[in-house]
Design a protein around this ligand. Structure first.
Ligand code: SAM
Length: 285
């Protein structure tokens, strides 16, 4: 067990500093203070961070830290911490380590015994969630899905029974395909596309997957997708309107084996397995 009391951190601390996701007004005073105070800042894209620093009149040493050089630079950061320097990491927008580089160096710094202090601030997923109108009490942040259609479908299938809200990041080029696959896999559910958050053309499209799957969705900018979780109770009610054979075939098509599908049908309909079996006798186990 290791206990870190951040208020006692004097030197050799790694600061994880959030930056705005579009609106510079969302830079926190504490983020500015820490970026002024540390000895060196490691940034995902130094050109992006240079502009940010100059806007806030922060003059500090800036070095590159992105996903391609993450492991090498993480070691350099540890060397800096060993040299009793304070270090900050920032990404292009939002919280480092959330669909951005950061986790690797945080972990390495902790293993080496240094304090890691994270500052709260802008984050696209949470910003979208709280205004989505989709339950926010429990949710699952998924981040980016894989690009390949078949892999994306497989990833979504693994989430199909998940009851809580799910948040995805997506690019505008892939949004149409992603919504269509979501509709295919999740069937109809509430969905919100939150676009260009905190920026001039901020937009929330609050709809459902069936409606959106019929739209062109020629969208630009940065996008968060918030989807409601599986409504198992109502799904089961709908399944119970099918014949037992159709009900069983539904689970088979979802990838269940025959025995599990039969068990599930029995459970959904509150009948015994042998009753289901009798009806499915033409499709014996
Ligand atoms: N670390 C960031 C965070 O804390 O939100 C996320 C970085 S990730 C590389 C970038 C993705 O976040 C974008 O492709 C988009 O899905 C989402 N995103 C970032 N800024 C956004 C914004 N202003 N509006 C909507 N989505 C945004």
């Amino acid at each position: 067990m290791k206990i870190q009391r951040s208020s006692l951190a004097t030197d050799s601390t790694l600061y994880v500093v959030p930056t705005p996701i579009g609106n510079l007004g969302d830079m926190t005073p504490r983020a500015v203070e820490i970026l002024n105070m540390v000895d060196i800042i490691f940034a995902e894209d130094t050109r992006v961070t240079k502009n940010l620093l100059s806007h806030f009149n922060i003059q500090n040493k800036l070095k590159s830290y992105h996903s391609f050089n993450e492991e090498v630079v993480a070691k350099e950061i540890i060397t800096n911490l060993n040299d009793k320097l304070n270090v900050a990491i920032v990404s292009d927008a939002g919280l480092p380590a959330i669909s951005d580089p950061g986790f690797f160096v945080v972990n390495l710094a902790l293993e080496a015994g240094f304090s890691v202090v994270s500052l709260p601030g802008a984050n696209a997923a949470l910003t979208a969630l709280v205004a989505s109108g989709i339950p926010s009490e429990r949710f699952y942040f998924y981040g980016f899905l894989k690009h390949k259609k078949s892999q994306k479908e497989k990833e979504l299938l693994s989430l199909v029974d998940f009851k809580d809200t799910i948040i995805f990041y997506e690019s505008p080029h892939r949004i149409k395909e992603t919504i269509d696959i979501m509709y295919k896999v999740f069937k109809n559910r509430k969905v919100v596309i939150a676009r260009e958050l905190t920026k001039r053309y901020e937009e929330y499209i609050r709809s459902d997957l069936e409606t959106l799957s019929k739209e062109e969705l020629n969208l630009k900018g940065e996008i968060v997708i918030v989807v409601s979780g599986a409504d198992i109770a109502s799904d089961v009610l709908k399944l119970n309107e099918l014949t037992i054979e159709e009900h069983y075939n539904y689970y088979i098509n979802q990838g269940m084996d025959r025995k599990d599908a039969m068990k599930q049908v029995a459970k959904d309909r509150n009948i015994s397995k042998s009753e289901v079996y009798k009806i499915l006798i033409n499709d014996p186990l």
